[in-house]
Design a protein. Structure first.
Length: 323
C-alpha cells in the first residue's frame, strides 16, 4: 500500500513488496477477528462490531492526516491536542448559538490555521517539525483549559450529538466519515500530481526543488491537511461525547503515528498510502477491543502496540535495503 514517485528498475520489486505487505496487513486483521471470535463469544455481536467501527474510525482519519506529514519525512505531534482543542471550539460555538454547519466550518478553519502555522514554523522559522508541533501540543492544551476555566462545555444540540450514534444502511455514521475522507485522499495522494510532489519532497527535497516542485508549498499543504483531519476528528469526538474538553484525545497523536507506521508508512519519508493507515488504525482498534473483551490489563495493549511498531519499522528498513 505504499507508493513511490521514482521510475526505473526498482519499481517492479517495490510494487511486489507493497502488494505483499498490503496482503499481510489484511491477513493480520482477519486473523485477529477470527481468533477473537474463538476466544470470546461477544466479539462478533452486532453491538461490539458497531463499537469497533466507531472506535477505529476517528483514529483512522487522524492517522490519514498524519500520513501526509510523514510522507514528507516530517511528524505532527499536535494532532491529539488539536482534537481536544476543537471539541472546545465547537462546543463553545454551539453554546453561543451558532448553526451547526457554521460551527463545523469555523472549527475546521482552526485546523487549517494550525496546520498553516506549523508550515510557517518549519519553512520560514527553520524549526524542526518535532519542536514546532510539540510546542503546539502543549500550548493548545493550555489555551483550551483557559477557555473553559479547566472545566467542560456541555453540548445540548440534539441534531449535532445524534449524528455520532446514527447509522446508515446498518453502518455507523462515523465509519461513513472515514469513507468520505478516504476517497478524496486516494485521488489526491495516488492519482494527482500533488501526491507525486508530496512523495518527491519526502524522498529528496533538493532534487524535488530542482525538478520544479514547490517544496515549501507542499510542506504547508501536508501540515494543513493533518490539522484539518485532526479538527474534523475533534468535531466527530464532540458529537460522540457531547462535551468540549481540552484534555480529550490525550495520547491520540501516538495512536495516529502508530496506525500510520503499522500501515506501511515509512518514518524516513517518501513511502505511504491511504489504505495502509486505515487498516493499521482498525488493527489497533481490534487489539484494544479484544483486550477489553478478554479483560486483559490495559498495559498489555500498549506493549502489543509497541511491539508491532518495532516489527513493522524493522521490516521497513529491510525493505529499503533490498531496494
Amino acid at each position: 500500500m505504499a507508493a513511490n514517485t521514482t521510475d526505473g528498475p526498482t519499481v517492479a520489486p517495490r510494487r511486489k513488496m507493497n502488494i505483499l505487505f498490503s496482503l499481510t496487513l489484511i491477513l493480520l486483521l482477519l486473523a485477529l477477528w477470527v481468533l477473537l471470535g474463538f476466544w470470546t463469544d461477544k466479539f462478533w455481536t452486532p453491538l461490539n462490531i458497531t463499537n469497533l467501527m466507531r472506535q477505529g474510525s476517528m483514529t483512522a482519519i487522524l492517522a490519514l492526516g498524519q500520513t501526509f506529514v510523514i510522507i514528507t519525512a516530517g511528524i505532527d505531534l499536535s494532532v491529539g491536542a488539536i482534537v481536544g482543542f476543537c471539541t472546545v471550539i465547537i462546543a463553545w460555538l454551539l453554546h453561543a448559538g451558532f448553526p451547526v454547519w457554521a460551527a463545523i466550518l469555523i472549527t475546521l478553519l482552526f485546523g487549517v490555521l494550525i496546520g498553516a502555522f506549523h508550515g510557517f514554523g518549519i519553512v520560514r522559522m527553520g524549526l524542526p517539525p518535532f519542536i514546532i508541533t510539540l510546542a503546539t501540543l502543549t500550548s493548545l492544551r493550555g489555551i483550551g483549559l483557559l477557555i473553559t476555566n479547566g472545566s467542560t462545555i456541555n453540548i445540548v444540540n440534539d441534531d449535532f450529538t445524534n449524528f455520532a450514534v446514527a447509522e446508515f444502511l446498518g453502518i455507523p455514521s462515523l465509519f461513513w466519515m472515514v469513507i468520505l475522507v478516504a476517497i478524496p485522499a486516494v485521488i489526491f495522494l495516488h492519482l494527482s500530481r500533488w501526491g507525486r510532489y508530496l512523495f518527491a519532497v519526502g524522498s529528496n527535497r533538493e532534487a524535488a526543488r530542482l525538478s520544479g516542485v514547490n517544496v515549501n508549498g507542499m510542506i504547508y499543504l501536508a501540515y494543513i491537511l493533518s490539522g484539518t483531519c485532526a479538527a474534523f476528528v475533534g468535531v466527530l469526538l464532540a458529537s460522540r461525547i457531547a462535551i468540549g474538553n481540552a484534555t480529550q484525545a490525550d495520547g491520540w497523536e501516538l495512536q495516529a503515528i502508530a496506525s500510520s507506521v503499522i500501515g506501511g508508512t515509512s518514518l524516513f519519508g517518501a513511502v505511504g498510502s491511504v489504505y495502509g493507515p486505515l487498516i493499521g488504525a482498525f488493527i489497533l482498534a481490534t487489539i484494544n477491543n479484544g483486550a477489553n473483551l478478554l479483560n486483559l490489563n490495559s498495559f498489555w495493549q500498549r506493549i502489543i502496540t509497541g511491539a508491532l511498531i518495532i516489527v513493522i519499522v524493522y521490516f521497513d528498513q529491510l525493505r529499503r535495503r533490498r531496494l
